[in-house]
Structure formats: structure tokens, C-alpha cells
Design a protein. Structure first.
Lengths: 238, 238
DNA sequence: GGGTTCAAACCGACCGCCGGTCGGTGGAGC
DNA sequence: GCTCCACCGACCGGCGGTCGGTTTGAACCC
């Protein structure tokens, strides 16, 4: 018997699976990563995997949930800060969401590039959906309170929240293209378009919440960091 | 030799594959439909399939392209109508896109329900992307001309087009939920939300194009037809 | 502390089927 | 009657998933 059996408590082993899967999925995509690869990386048998998860899909779901919970944790305390008014809450909420996206991994490129690969559609979509489900009620509440405070003017806070969340994901294709291109000129063109679009998205949110133009600023330091980091990266690298 | 060989010309056979695949994908999803099922339905061998397509993914791509071309054909003549001004072009463009979506199949439910099933993410996303690629330049041109005519007021027609197209897809989750629910009260709640959101989306587009409020009306007959049709369907059926 | 028990954790051979390959062949058109 | 392309179908490695069996450690008794 070449391999001694190693037993770990429930949660530890499960987290181990999630960590390994996250890494492998990010590197090669959900479809292209086999359960065999995952169990090999963890160093356990098939049985162990199917003891902790009902299926490969179940693992993906769990991964999305874990990410959503982390996002929620990072943004939840904002809404519970009684010293802020609705507008301050909204802006720091938006900022927090973007910051959290960035901070989830130390290496920006390593964190972003894989998630924007075409083969990771499932992973991305699943994660986004889980995050949206958890974050939508929070955002709705902020907006509704803002309407009461007369900071915002919108007939339908819930729809507004949904649309804002949806708009946050509308840059995916652009960022994806940005990370994929090897041509410097094309890269700069795309970067410029991204900044313009972020600026425009800011005014779109202004208008749909009935805020004075220029209130929401999305093309901020965070976005610039992504750009700057990308600038260091792909067009010169392999 | 039980089966006589039937030879057909290139295009006819290829279309046959596309038709069959569209039907099967819609019924069971891309992943859950195997190449074996497709060739069985067409009545040919594996070799025939891989003679016409490089891979299963290639077939999906071809399907998305075919749909995108059909959409483009249906909307293209609008922009070439010189008698219309930019606003008329935009509204009939939007209407045409929704009409096309509806008309692509006689049976509304049969056409919609499958595309909104969770397992059809790939099919849906691929199609949407192909359609967007083909439609974006058209919409951008309409908006740009509208800016010249001073009908629209936006600093960035390309971003505006992108955002509008993106917003058109933001009801997917809602419609999906609408089709899935079996509970009458929940169903009516969702239907109400959909109409409210469509109304709101109209004003969002108004605002982002600098139009007077109430110019764009999305909660129109087409949307109502979907709702009415859905009303006849799921909550009473199995 | 040593023995007994039991469920949870884990093992790995096995299954049906998948997407994809390839050497071969029928038949329409020249 | 020859050519060439559409088509054939046995075959492949590997996939996700199953299942009867084995190991392990904590709880309990003495």
C-alpha cells in the first residue's frame, strides 16, 4: 500500500478542495479542468471528492458562494455605518466592490486575466450571479434610503440597483480584449475606450439616479491601477 | 450494409446539421447534447459531422453566426431608409430587434423558454455576442447621426451603443425566473417587476441619450405579448 | 490504559459515454 | 473508368460519476 490515508476534518478538507479548484479553474477554465486533476492536486482519491461534493458542478457552485460571501462581508459594514448618508454609502459601496475585486488576489494580472478568458464563462457567470444575489438587496436598500432622504430621485430602487449591478459587468468584454491584445497601438486604443466608457457609465448612473452630472466617478484610482498594471504587462511580455 | 449512403451538397447538409443542432441544443442545452445525438437525428455518421465542422464548439459558433446574420439582415434596412431621422431609426431599430427575437420561432414559449434555461448559458452568451458584434456598429452609426442632427446628446456614441445593447440583455434573469416559476402569485409579482423594469429601462435610455423623458417606450406590445403568452403557459401547465 | 464500537472519511477499480480520429469506400460528374 | 469529395464506423483516451470496501479517530465502557 503505497499511500497512507490522511484524514482531515470536514471543513479543512472542503476548503482545500475549493482552494485547489479555484487555482486550477482560473488557470485552465472550468470545463478543461478534470476532477482527476483536482484530486491529484489535493492528493486524495475520487471517493474523497465525491464524499465532499455531489458533483463537479456542485463544487463550482460552492466556489461561487464562497466568493459571494467574501464580497458581501466586505461591503456589508458600509450599509451599517449610521454616520453616512445615502450618497456616501453608494459611492463607498461602489468603491468597495471594485476594491474587493482587486484585492482578492495580490497579483492583479494573475487574478484578472484568467477570469476574463473565454473558456471561463461559466466560472465568471456563476460567480457574478452569486455576488449579485447577495449584493442586490444591500444596494436596493441604499438607494431606497437615498430616495427617502431626497438624495436620489428614481421611481424604482430595485430596478435601479439591478441595472447598476448589470452595468458594472458591462466592461468585461473590453477588459478581456485589453488583456488579450498583443499590439501596442490597439492596446492603447482599447485602454482609452475603457476610460471613456467608465466616465460615461458614471454619468449614466448619475442620470438614472437623478443625481447632478459628475457625482459618480468610476474612472478612479482603482481603474487606473488596472490599466497601469496591464500596461506593464501584456504588450511587452510573452 | 444496412444503410445506403445519401450524399447531399455542402450547404444543404451543413444547414441540416445547424437546424438539428439548434433544436437539440434548445431542448437540452449545449453541454447535454452529444455529437452522437446530433448525427443520429440527422441520420449520418460521425465522419460526416467532422467533415463539415472542426469540432462541436465550431458548430456552436456557426449557429451563433447564422442567428447574428439573420438579426443583422432584419435590422440593416432600417438604417438605410433615408426618409427617417435618427430618433425614428432608433425606435424602429429597437422594435425590430425585439420583433426579430420574437419572430424567430412561431411558438413563443418554445422559442424562449429553452434559451433561458440555466444550462444554455453558453448557447445564449455565444449568440448574444455574435449579434452584438454585428449590431453594435449599426446602432453606433444611428446614434452618431442623431448627435449630428442634435436629436441625441451624448459625448460618446460608441459607449452609448454598447451600454444600450448591454441593457437589452439585463432582463434575462427576470424572464428566466418568470418562465420557471410555478407559483401564480410569484409569477404575477415577477411579471409586474418586468414591466416596471422595462419602463425604467426606457427612461434610462432616454437619459443616457439626452432625450426628453418618455421618448423611448420598451414596455410595448411585444413585451406584453411575451407576458400574455407566458401567462397562458406555465402556472397552469405541468 | 486497553478493548470495543460506529460513523465519518477515504479508497480505487470500474462503468457508460463523451468528443474526436482515421483509414477506408460509395457514387456523382467528368 | 477515373477522380475526388462526401461520407462511413470502429476505435481511442479520458471524462464525470458510482460503489462496495477499508481505514481512522473519537466516544464509551471496564
Amino acid at each position: 500500500m503505497p499511500f497512507p490515508r490522511i484524514v482531515k476534518p470536514q471543513v479543512a478538507r472542503r476548503d482545500e478542495f475549493l482552494d485547489v479548484a479555484q487555482r486550477l479553474f482560473a488557470a485552465a477554465g472550468y470545463d478543461a479542468t478534470s476532477v482527476n486533476q483536482i484530486i491529484a492536486a489535493v492528493g486524495v482519491s475520487k471517493g474523497a471528492f465525491y464524499h465532499h461534493f455531489q458533483s463537479k458542478e456542485d463544487l463550482l457552485e460552492a466556489l461561487a458562494c464562497r466568493f459571494a460571501e467574501a464580497t458581501a462581508r466586505a461591503t456589508r459594514d458600509i450599509i451599517e455605518d449610521p454616520t453616512l448618508d445615502a450618497f456616501a454609502r453608494l459611492t463607498s459601496f461602489l468603491a468597495s466592490m471594485r476594491r474587493h475585486k482587486l484585492d482578492t488576489a495580490a497579483e492583479l494580472r494573475a487574478a484578472f486575466e484568467p477570469l476574463f478568458r473565454a473558456e471561463n464563462l461559466q466560472l465568471y457567470e456563476r460567480t457574478q450571479r452569486a455576488v449579485a444575489d447577495v449584493v442586490r438587496p444591500i444596494l436596493t436598500r441604499i438607494i431606497a434610503e437615498g430616495v427617502v432622504e431626497r438624495t436620489f430621485d428614481t421611481p424604482d430602487p430595485e430596478s435601479a440597483a439591478e441595472i447598476i449591478l448589470h452595468l458594472m459587468g458591462s466592461n468585461r468584454d473590453l477588459i478581456m480584449a485589453l488583456y488579450r491584445t498583443r499590439d501596442r497601438r490597439e492596446f492603447e486604443r482599447l485602454g482609452d475606450r475603457l476610460l471613456r466608457k467608465l466616465a460615461y457609465l458614471g454619468t449614466v448612473i448619475d442620470r438614472l439616479l437623478g443625481l447632478p452630472e459628475g457625482s459618480i466617478e468610476l474612472a478612479d484610482a482603482g481603474a487606473l491601477r488596472v490599466l497601469a498594471c496591464a500596461l506593464d504587462g501584456p504588450p511587452t511580455a510573452a
